[in-house]
Design a protein around this ligand. Structure first.
Ligand SMILES: NC(=O)c1ccc[n+]([C@@H]2O[C@H](COP(=O)([O-])OP(=O)(O)OC[C@H]3O[C@@H](n4cnc5c(N)ncnc54)[C@H](O)[C@@H]3O)[C@@H](O)[C@H]2O)c1
Ligand SMILES: N[C@@H](CCO)C(=O)O
Length: 407
């Protein structure tokens, strides 16, 4: 199969954009040339000459020789403007912007169809770990039952450093920022929003379900306190921010991002630092485990490079599962076993929201409960939480567990 020559217009020359520039210099076999780079900051010193740059997006969008736009900026609204304009002009697009893709999934799908051009975004979920194309292509026939994984590198880095190396939360976050892992607005990482955007993208490619961001529940790591960390250490557990989705046999889908206690037997236990890990469970193959660097300049650039290379062979997502129209519905009716840390005086009132209580502990000012609660009740309790409560998932009660309890 012959490969297309690609003339690239690049937007953004930050951590990933600069990484891509260097990675492309080292892969001459790929016939892809960066023709122009659009940047925002006029005063920034850059490692390559000013003749490579423009400050006007139209210099790229209106250049008929540029057939691929690579969008690597940190502003999701501006990114959507650029990406939609490029698609409308018939240019193929590669993006790493999960917020932009998640917020505009349906519109982007429509634009690809209407203008018959591809948009690829492997780097938008789990950076270097090739998960989207695997979900899209490999699991086309063997039916996926669940996906569960660590999809945010910064929070995994922070949890690893605070837990194992006793760094403060602020120190660990600063390191994640200095290493180029964190989003420009770090609450997107620490609040679990970035993980939620990635989960939304994964749901579309794994199950063909297009969610809106506000439909998916997310708790981040920013409210985790000493009590939960002590609980984990005493029991030989680790805390990981985990995104997960389960398909029920009744056509329902539950999907959420919540910090989780992970046991040493769990394959996610040793996925530390900036690494991401994902366990897929299918009807026939049982489980697979993916692991790879979840953020950083070269690892992310490698996923962008892979998309560019795929474009040279005219690859595009076919969104087969979306067009299969399975009519799944999102449910909050799933039961979760959790630990809830709370203020001492809240203990009795909070118990009423649980289906079962296993442990209840209080000290002079705080305490925790462990037990089973529905996702719907957990969501209600999380609304308006100013940090006085923190939920850590112990496990999800699957349909199998529910059947076992009923007999
Ligand atoms: N850093 C990572 O590890 C990583 C991994 C996966 C995905 N991503 C995604 O990749 C994208 C870029 O991330 P980054 O870490 O390189 O960010 P960054 O902040 O290092 O770089 C982004 C650059 O875009 C520029 N920019 C902003 N608006 C612009 C505009 N309208 N036109 C031109 N330039 C503009 C900024 O000035 C900045 O230099 C983001 O969407 C991010 O979520 C990052
Ligand atoms: N901020 C993101 C970058 C990779 O998507 C993370 O830490 O995972």
């Amino acid at each position: 199969m012959s490969r297309k020559n690609l003339n690239i217009g690049l937007f953004g020359f930050g951590v990933v954009g600069h990484g891509l520039y260097e990675v492309l210099q080292k892969t001459p076999a790929l016939r892809a040339n960066i023709k122009n780079i659009c940047v925002r900051d006029k005063n920034k010193e850059r490692t390559i000459g000013a003749e490579n740059f423009t400050f006007d997006k139209d210099d790229i969008l209106n250049d008929p020789e540029i057939n691929v736009v690579v969008e690597l900026i940190d502003d999701a609204d501006a990114a959507f403007e650029i990406v939609s304009a490029a698609l409308k002009k018939g240019k193929a697009v590669v993006s790493a912007n999960k917020k932009m893709v998640a917020e505009h999934f349906t519109e982007l799908l429509q634009l690809q169809k209407e203008y018959n051009v591809p948009l690829l975004y492997e780097a938008a979920a789990c950076a270097s770990m090739p998960i989207i194309r695997n979900l899209e292509e490999y699991y086309d026939n063997d039916l996926l039952e669940s996906i569960e994984g660590i999809v945010n590198g910064s929070t995994n880095y922070i949890l690893t450093k605070t837990f194992a190396e006793n760094l403060s939360y602020e120190q660990a976050l600063k390191q994640a920022q200095d290493l180029g892992f964190a989003e420009s607005n770090p609450i997107l990482d620490t609040g679990g929003f970035d993980a939620k955007y990635k989960l939304l993208i994964l749901l579309a490619h794994a199950f063909g379900y297009i969610a809106r961001p506000e439909e998916l529940f997310n708790i981040g790591i920013n409210n985790i306190g000493d009590l939960e960390l002590k609980y984990a250490k005493e029991k030989g557990l680790k805390i990981k921010l985990v995104a997960q989705a389960y398909k029920g046999t009744d056509g329902t889908l539950s999907a959420f991002v919540i910090p989780k206690f992970v046991t040493p037997e769990d394959r996610l236990f040793n996925v530390d630092d900036v690494f991401n890990g994902m366990i897929t469970k299918t009807s026939f193959a049982d489980t697979h485990f993916f692991v790879g660097r979840g953020a950083g300049s070269y690892p992310t650039a490698s996923a962008v490079l892979s998309d560019i290379s795929a474009l040279s062979y005219d690859y595009r997502y076919e969104y087969k599962k979306i067009y299969r129209e399975e009519n799944l519905t999102l449910t909050n009716d799933v039961e979760l076993k959790v630990l809830l840390r709370h203020k001492k005086e809240e203990s009795e009132a909070l118990k009423l929201h649980f289906n079962t209580i296993e442990e209840a502990y209080t000290n002079h000012d705080s305490g925790y409960l462990t037990g089973n609660i529905t996702l719907a009740n957990l969501k209600a309790l999380e609304e308006g939480n100013q940090g006085e409560r923190s939920f850590i998932l112990i496990n999800v009660l699957t349909e199998k567990d529910a059947t076992a309890l009923a007999v």
